[in-house]
Each structure stands twice: as structure tokens, then as C-alpha cells.
Design a protein around this ligand. Structure first.
Ligand code: E4P
Length: 225
């Protein structure tokens, strides 16, 4: 199972990486606009922070030739495990196909239906990012579509991995994982919710307080003569 952070915020990434074995991050153009500084400086700082982890960077280009050019530029500057995140538009599918053939690792993104998913796999994408909540807002259960994509991939032998994306609730994330997603990208606020429950917090507090009441201290000092 892989957990990615759907953010470009340095401080939030640093805080979470300090505690959790996170596999990398995903960006998109909107996410990048939320950070201060020049675009290339933001990318470079994130690259250093990721230290070889997965870095799924969405291309900013719209046309196929621009996508190819941008992919090459990114490939020259990024040291982490780069995945070119390319939307499944007409131009995007063409770029996914050509760039995958040339050996670039690609994450097809903005996938919201079964056939886009199949086409991304046929084009050679390593991953596809399926937008669960954005699909839900059109009245279709995104997690059901993930289920369908996984069953077709199994039937036809596609190796493309699915990243569950665009989440607004813990329930959506859990459903994706249970439906067979081996990778999810989660905004930092939701990630914290995934890892903390009141019962866990209260249980730890209770154990500590009980121990302290009886032995008057906790931690390494107990072991001193
Ligand atoms: C993932 O690849 C996308 O960056 C992201 O999950 C989109 O999420 P949103 O629907 O919250 O914008």
C-alpha cells in the first residue's frame, strides 16, 4: 500500500515525513498556485525534501508538442522518482503513449470513467489517478468505477496501478483501499484524520496517567538506579 500527499506545501510535507513512511507527493497546477515563490524554486525545494521518493508532477502544457518538451525539461531537473502527471485529454493520451514508449514514467490523471482508465493503461501509463470526489459530484460513485477498472485490468492483464485521488472524506479513502487501490493521494488535513482517532488518543492518555499515578514517573528515567 502506498500513501502519497496531495500537496506542494513544504512545511506540511516536512511535518508528515518526519513521522510517517510516506511514499511521495502528487501536484497539480492548482496545488502549485497555493505556494509562494517561483515555480522552479518550489519544484526544486520539493525535490530536495522528497529525497528520492515519488514525485508526481502534473504538466502545465495543453498541446502534445509542449507536453513532450515540458516532460524533457522536468526530467532534466528532478532527482526524485519522477512521474509525469498527464491528464487524459486527447493531447494527453497521445503524450502518455509517446512518452511511455520513450521510457518516461507517466501518471495519467483526471481519470473519471472506465474507458479513460483502460486507454491510459493501453497507452502505457505506470499509474492512473482516479478522481473519486469529482466523479461523485456528477452523481456517479467513483469507487464503483475504480472497482470496474480493477476488474478489467485483472481480466486483460494491465499492470497500470491506480492512485485513488480527489478525496473529501475518510469514507471515500477507505472505500478505495478496500476496493483494491494500492495507492491513495491524500490532502494533509485528511491524512491527519486518517491517523488519529479520539479512542486512540484517550487510550494512550489513560495508560500514561494510570502508570504515572502508581509509579510517579514515565520513560527512560524509570530505568535509572
Ligand atoms: C490528484 O492527482 C489531484 O491532484 C487531486 O487529487 C485532485 O483533487 P481535488 O478534486 O481535490 O482538486
Amino acid at each position: 500500500m502506498e500513501y502519497l500527499l496531495d500537496t506542494a506545501n513544504k512545511q506540511l510535507i516536512k511535518d508528515i515525513l518526519n513521522y510517517y513512511p510516506i511514499d511521495g507527493i502528487t501536484t497539480n497546477p492548482t496545488i502549485m498556485t497555493k505556494e509562494p515563490g517561483a515555480y522552479l524554486d518550489i519544484l526544486s525545494d520539493l525535490d530536495t525534501l522528497l529525497d528520492g521518493r515519488q514525485f508526481h508532477i502534473q504538466l502545465t502544457s495543453i498541446t502534445f508538442p509542449d507536453m513532450v518538451e515540458e516532460a524533457k525539461r522536468l526530467n532534466d531537473i528532478i532527482q526524485s522518482e519522477l512521474y509525469l502527471k498527464i491528464p487524459v485529454s486527447h493531447e494527453g493520451i497521445k503524450a502518455i503513449y509517446k512518452l511511455s514508449k520513450q521510457g518516461f514514467k507517466v501518471t495519467a490523471t483526471a481519470v473519471t470513467n472506465l474507458n479513460q482508465g483502460i486507454m491510459a493503461a493501453k497507452a502505457g501509463a505506470s499509474y492512473l489517478a482516479f478522481y473519486v470526489n469529482r466523479t461523485a459530484s456528477t452523481g456517479i460513485n467513483g469507487n464503483d468505477v475504480i472497482n470496474e477498472i480493477i476488474s478489467i485490468f485483472k481480466r486483460d492483464g494491465y499492470q497500470t496501478k491506480i492512485i485513488g485521488a480527489s478525496y473529501k472524506s475518510i469514507y471515500q479513502i477507505n472505500k478505495s483501499i478496500l476496493n483494491g487501490c494500492k495507492s491513495v493521494t491524500v490532502p494533509p488535513t485528511l491524512f491527519k484524520e486518517l491517523m488519529e482517532t479520539t479512542v486512540t488518543k484517550e487510550s494512550i492518555e489513560q495508560f500514561t496517567n494510570n502508570f504515572k499515578d502508581r509509579f510517579k514517573q514515565i520513560g527512560p528515567s524509570i530505568y535509572k538506579e
